[in-house]
Write a protein that binds this ligand. Structure first.
Ligand code: PEP
Ligand code: MN
Length: 349
């Protein structure tokens, strides 16, 4: 349930509402928009008499029940867009945020080269997997803590915050000690123990859509993180399994405006995993920006042909810079902006 305060309700009136909610055994969360404040009531089940009693308080316009199965993730609960701050980067605000870097951290040299290049092209975060979820146990599994150390070194040199995947509840504390954003991969979208664990972490979480998950299941997974006490959730559409074989996954672009309507959480698109082919990344990245994504996650490698994972879908450094150049007019057409690039490079590979 939410309590919608009148325009101009005083801080004392808002505090009184929170107090009454607490007296009834629930928790009140104050959310402030440009015009109006809303107090969310946390806890279940909420008796309808509570709503009736709160409506009698001064400054209260009305109460409203949230009927969606996901509550905290829903726009019915929080009508204002959530903006997630990582250093000087704001995800979900006016700036279109590009996170870029290799699928896997392979060496210090590879990460540093990529980090400098993506930064120069206008990326705002560095991505790179140190713990890799691989289909085969014989494939490269990631460098683990060594990989996290290399990412931290790249952050030190470039100032780019880092986003990296955590695969296991046992590693959450270690990964959170290095990462600026914790990534939950598609295969773990419904790993509820892991969702609860990152929900207790004091770091933003990027939750990828499960490859066979409906939008509702995806938002319910976000609800686990929010309900565990972590309000900093970013959603990432990374493609779903369909009957189509021409692409690795079907990037569900319609999910982006659907989720923006249903939820207040920022949504980014991952056209790398969403297509599996480097030459499809640019058109789908532009399309994702056009349909209202808050940003992109892009795999970039200095030499994709020698990558230890996801080479076929990785952009080389020149193609990444070219993508950033092409993104500018698209983002500005939909009212977003990108930081200026330090370099402009023509497409190579
Ligand atoms: C990744 O980002 O490298 C990754 C493994 O992504 P996903 O979970 O979407 O497959
Ligand atoms: Mn990958």
């Amino acid at each position: 349930m939410i309590v919608i305060m009148r325009n101009g309700a005083t801080p004392e009136q808002i505090a009184q509402v929170v107090e009454r909610i607490q007296e009834a055994g629930f928790r009140g969360e104050v959310m402030t928009g440009a015009q109006q404040a809303i107090v969310g009531v946390l806890g279940a089940p909420i008796p309808s008499e509570l709503g009736e009693r709160l409506e009698l308080l001064p400054g209260v316009e009305r109460t409203q029940r949230v009927s969606k199965p996901y509550k905290l993730a829903s726009r019915d609960y929080r009508p204002f867009d959530t903006v997630i701050h990582v250093g000087d980067v704001a995800i979900g605000a006016d700036e279109f945020i590009v996170m870029a870097g290799p699928c896997s951290v392979e060496s210090l040299d590879q990460v540093l080269r990529t980090a400098h290049a993506v930064k120069a092209a206008g990326a705002r975060l560095l991505r790179g997997g140190a713990y890799k979820p691989r289909t085969s146990p014989y494939s490269f599994q990631g460098l683990g803590v060594q990989g996290l150390e290399y990412l931290a070194r790249a952050r030190e040199e470039t100032g780019l915050p880092i986003i990296t995947e955590v695969l296991d509840t046992a590693d959450v504390a270690t990964v959170a000690a290095y990462a600026d954003i914790l990534q939950i991969g598609t295969r773990n979208m419904q790993n509820f123990a892991l969702l609860r664990a990152v929900g207790r972490a004091n770091k933003p979480v990027m939750l990828k859509r499960g490859m066979s998950a409906t939008i509702e299941e995806w938002l319910m997974a976000a609800e686990y993180i929010l309900n565990a006490g972590n309000p900093q959730v970013i959603l990432c559409e990374r493609g779903i399994r369909t009957f189509e074989t021409a692409v690795r996954n079907t990037l569900d672009l319609s999910a982006i405006p659907v989720v923006k309507k249903l939820s207040h959480l920022p949504v980014v698109a991952d056209p790398s995993h969403g297509t599996g082919k480097w030459y499809l990344v640019r058109p789908m990245a532009l399309a994702a920006a056009a349909v209202g994504a808050d940003g992109l996650l892009i795999e970039v490698h200095p030499d994709p042909d020698s990558a230890l994972s996801d080479g076929p879908q990785s952009l080389n450094l020149d193609n990444f810079a070219a993508l950033m150049t092409q993104l500018r007019p698209v983002t500005s057409a939909v009212g977003r902006h990108l930081p200026d690039a330090a370099v402009a490079v023509a497409p190579g590979r």
